[in-house]
Design a protein around this ligand. Structure first.
Ligand SMILES: [Zn+2]
Ligand SMILES: [Zn+2]
Length: 286
């Protein structure tokens, strides 16, 4: 009611927005006033997905041209080649057009069926959305651990998951370099958060962006000492998932470290890094 009465006092512009709003509110109101729910849920979600993906892949892509960034590269002996990056780019684009965009038109029908609001007035408070995104990460991580581990079973590994392991030293774009079936199987983990928490379009978009940023970060191939994602408790990060690509076994979780700890699938990872530390401290003493 309060928001409505404030809005009523503001002069309404031709495009349906009112002067005196913040840029975000103005943009959001412009979008809902000028585009249909189908256009917003399908095309804008797909655009947001593609833009977020490539924007967050860019820093690690640029770092490869600066030698002083090599100290943060996890597998320094395996730099990405142009051929690898081009090959990855082609499959990622195909995946985004053929799987992700139809997925978002499915998201539209879901939003219609569940009456998910798109309007500015119904937008939940930011901390609620953030908490729901954290809950979604926890659910996705559990799904990912068990399904990803199953995809490593020797009877099916070569048919589906082997494609994602094409790159022993990953780089950002590898995050979505996968067999279409894998994109669907592991992508189901993304759906749990939507099924349980989706109370507004803003949640869908925030959850999608957070999950993308997280998976690009863990595939970036770079481990930075200053990374805000490491403020998330039990966050595995690039070093954790990079080891999975290097070793093929262990570290099956996507985001957190607890499932691997509980099932002992992080033992090789811990041994590897404790040996590396011993070796490095021995070098320093000598
Ligand atoms: Zn794997
Ligand atoms: Zn991976």
């Amino acid at each position: 009611m309060a928001a409505e009465s404030v809005l009523n006092d503001l002069p309404i512009m031709e495009n349906g927005t009112a002067s005196g709003m913040g840029a975000f509110e103005e943009g959001w109101r412009y979008m809902t006033a000028n585009y249909s729910r189908f256009q917003i849920a399908t095309y804008m979600s797909a655009c947001l997905h593609i833009c977020t993906y490539f924007i967050f892949c860019t820093p690690a892509f640029i770092f490869q041209f600066f030698r002083f960034m090599d100290r943060y590269k996890i597998q320094q002996d395996k730099p990405a080649t142009w051929d690898q990056e081009w090959k990855c780019f082609k499959l990622v684009i195909a995946n985004q057009v053929l799987i992700q965009t139809p997925f978002f038109s499915g998201a539209y029908f879901y939003c219609q069926y569940m009456n998910v609001p798109f309007d500015y007035e119904s937008m939940p408070v930011w901390y609620m959305t953030l908490a729901q995104c954290f809950g979604s990460l926890v659910l996705e991580d559990a799904w990912h651990y068990f399904l990803h581990r199953s995809l490593h079973h020797r009877s099916i590994y070569k048919y589906i998951h082997k494609i994602h392991h094409n790159f022993q030293a990953p780089f950002g774009m590898v995050a979505e370099y996968a067999h279409p079936l894998e994109t669907m199987i592991l992508g189901m983990g993304f759906m749990w958060g939507i099924l349980l928490f989706c109370n507004h379009l803003i949640f869908l978009w925030c959850w999608m962006c957070i999950r993308l940023i997280e998976t690009i970060d863990v595939h970036s191939g770079y481990d930075f000492p200053i990374n805000p994602l490491h403020l998330i408790p039990f966050y595995g990060g690039a070093k954790f998932h990079d080891f999975h690509h290097m070793n093929f076994n262990g570290n099956y979780s996507s985001t957190f470290t607890w499932w691997d700890k509980i099932f002992g699938t992080d033992i090789q990872y811990k041994e590897y890094y404790s040996k590396l530390e011993e070796k490095n401290s021995g070098k320093k003493v000598n």
